[in-house]
Design a protein around this ligand. Structure first.
Ligand code: PAF
Length: 280
């Protein structure tokens, strides 16, 4: 496993890779958990080489305190990746990527960034677009892997790749869950015992929505979700939306030709948890 901190050393190494081989890319911000590892395993199966980036991207944080408290577990992450026989790790410092100009570019994501996560976390997706585009340009992977837990991010990356004609195939990866259904996230480690015990309600509620969806109107499903969280002492609903899978536009009535997904964000104290599910 080769570990690189600079763009030039990484590119020198990548230039030696046979052009007939495929390079799969798994971008991360570190603090790796089994969800990340499942993505690395998939990338390993589907490519000749796999590169993982570990970089806590400052421009995608809307709150400085979240950036400051973002866990750094580099040593542990590298050990996990070694077990997976990961080929290459890129773990640059902030200056290596942003050269003293820590700013996002602005993107036109055709409205995909204006709803849900984008509405509640201003500038977040410009930050994500900026770093992912930079990393694609540095690494030039054939494939890049993104988890469906951040489904909105996945759609935005696909849009960016199409807009800029970037020569990379985006591979979605199913949500990896704990045994009780909670979607895996680095943030789960910050939950108190009571919050952790309550958190499976998020996925249970999504499953119930999927059950209700064929028969009930969207506003009835939304009311159901609101009620589920109303009296919960440990979880506070931030948003619940039912949206078109492709455009992420919210609807209040159903069209049988469209594919819908339910999206949820919940606060457990100061920890923000998100999840989503395909409804039809
Ligand atoms: O999903 C993440 O961990 C981040 O948003 C990503 C894609 C690594 C960009 O910083």
């Amino acid at each position: 496993m080769k570990v690189f901190k600079t763009v030039s050393s990484l590119q020198k190494y990548l230039a030696k890779i046979d052009k007939n081989k495929t390079l799969g890319f798994v971008p991360t911000m570190g603090a790796l958990h089994d969800g990340h590892i499942s993505i690395v395993k998939k990338a390993k199966k589907e490519n000749s080489f796999v590169i993982v980036s570990i970089f806590v991207n400052p421009t995608q944080f809307d709150k400085q305190e979240d950036l400051k408290k973002y866990p750094n577990k580099l040593k542990h992450d590298l050990e996990l990746l070694k077990v997976e026989n990961c080929d290459i790790i890129f773990t640059p410092e902030t200056n290596e990527i942003y050269t003293n100009n820590i700013k996002s570019d602005s993107f036109d994501f055709n409205g995909l960034d204006k709803v849900m996560e984008g509405a509640f976390r201003k500038g977040h997706f410009d930050g994500v677009g900026t770093i992912v585009k930079k990393l694609f340009e540095i690494i030039k992977p054939n494939t890049a892997y993104f988890g469906e837990k951040d489904f909105q991010q996945l759609q935005i990356i696909k849009k960016m790749v199409a807009t800029y004609n970037l020569p990379v195939q985006i591979i979605p990866c199913v949500i990896y869950r704990e045994k009780d259904g909670l979607a895996m996230s680095s943030r789960n480690a910050h939950l108190t015992d009571n919050q952790r015990k309550s958190a499976p309600l998020i996925y249970q509620t999504l499953l119930k929505c999927k059950e209700l969806f064929p028969e009930k109107e969207i506003n009835i499903v939304k009311k159901f979700v609101k009620n589920e969280f109303e009296n919960n002492k440990f979880l506070e609903l931030e948003y619940f939306e039912i949206a078109d899978t492709e455009t992420l536009i919210h609807y209040s009535s159903k069209n049988k030709n469209k594919k819908y997904r339910a999206f949820i964000a919940v606060f457990a104290g100061t920890v923000r948890l998100i999840d989503n599910i395909a409804l039809n």
